[in-house]
Write a protein that binds this ligand. Structure first.
Ligand code: BDR
Ligand code: CA
Length: 314
């Protein structure tokens, strides 16, 4: 089994990712850490616990993390995910408590154990990178417990929060810059599962409505219905769930290695991931020096990942 940790701002599509990670037989979900993003941290925590309950995984520790970005004020995406962040479904809320540790401390502890046993962890951030930046700056030794980071965020092409920037990066650009720089310095392999592939793993309404027989399947159906309502189509993307598919089945994702920087200023481009697709000699002679070189997802086998998700959540 592959040990993983999800860092989430649940979120309809984080919920799709949680159901998959909690139920897939080849993943060992060690912990889930929460960060303010799509909605405030209290809603994120409650939604996360609720989804794990539906998945039949009340054993997974969940920790509350950063409530606000490092520098800029919090900005939510309730227009995408509903007032409560989970589509305002009439779904029973979890009464379970969180782990007493802060998310950064839980990450540090789980990663320290992983380094000791050699069972290295794949960290899957699906939210603003605030917790991850804090972790790698405060406890850089945590990198010894990491196999790799596969994060949802950014884009080589257009953004969604703004024309230039994707929501997770735009919400906390400083955190994203710190996380990428720290990963480079600490030698952590990174994959960016960005908007270039994010919308391409689509579950149709017919497929979703065929799911039944368990709380997980029923919640999965409702999540897709909400996603399809939002995008006014006859299906919905599993969004963040695709990044978890990429960890389970990496050969369904096409990636290319590029240097990537985070735009921290700019009139209209703050939070953009600048993916450097120039040739090697231009990159080597860049007067700004080397950027973090990471794997950037450029294409995905959407049908295969949708089937993987459907088979697992049902
Ligand atoms: C990302 O932002 C959030 O709204 C989603 O949960 C996803 O992580 C897409 O830009
Ligand atoms: Ca998310």
């Amino acid at each position: 089994m592959k040990p993983v940790i999800l860092d989430v701002d649940t979120g309809l599509d984080d919920a799709c990712a949680l159901l998959l990670a909690a139920r897939h037989p080849e993943l060992d979900l060690k912990a889930v850490t929460c960060v303010g993003g799509n909605v405030g941290i209290d809603d994120v925590v409650r939604n996360t616990l609720t989804v794990l309950d539906a998945a039949g995984r009340p054993d997974v520790p969940v920790a509350r993390g950063a409530a606000v970005p490092l520098i800029q004020p919090v900005r939510s995406a309730r227009h995408v995910h509903g007032e409560d962040g989970l589509g305002d479904l009439d779904w029973p809320r979890s009464t379970r408590s969180t782990d007493p540790r802060h998310a950064v401390e839980l990450l540090r502890d789980v990663l320290r154990d992983a380094a000791a046993t050699g069972e290295l962890i794949t960290l899957i951030p699906l939210a603003p990178l605030t917790n991850i930046a804090l972790l790698l700056r405060t406890y850089p030794e945590a990198a010894r417990g990491l196999r790799e980071i596969v994060f949802m965020g950014g884009a080589a092409g257009i953004g969604n929060a703004t024309a230039a920037a994707e929501f997770n990066i735009w919400t906390d650009p400083e955190a994203a810059a710190i996380a990428l720089t720290a990963a480079k310095d600490l030698g952590i392999p990174v994959t960016m599962y960005g908007l270039d592939v994010f919308y391409d793993v689509v579950v149709t309404l017919d497929q979703a409505r065929a799911l039944s027989g368990s709380p997980s399947a029923e919640l999965a159906c409702k999540l897709i219905e909400k996603r399809s309502e939002r995008y006014q189509s006859d299906g919905g993307s599993i969004g963040d769930g695709g990044a978890v598919c990429a960890v389970i089945d990496p050969s369904g994702l096409t990636t290319l290695e590029y240097p990537v920087r985070i735009e921290l200023s700019g009139s209209w481009s703050r939070g953009r991931t600048i993916v450097d697709t120039r040739g090697a000699s231009d990159v080597a002679n860049d007067p700004q020096g080397p950027a973090a070189t990471i794997r950037v997802a450029t294409a995905v086998d959407g049908k295969r990942y949708a089937e993987l998700w459907l088979a697992t959540v049902s």
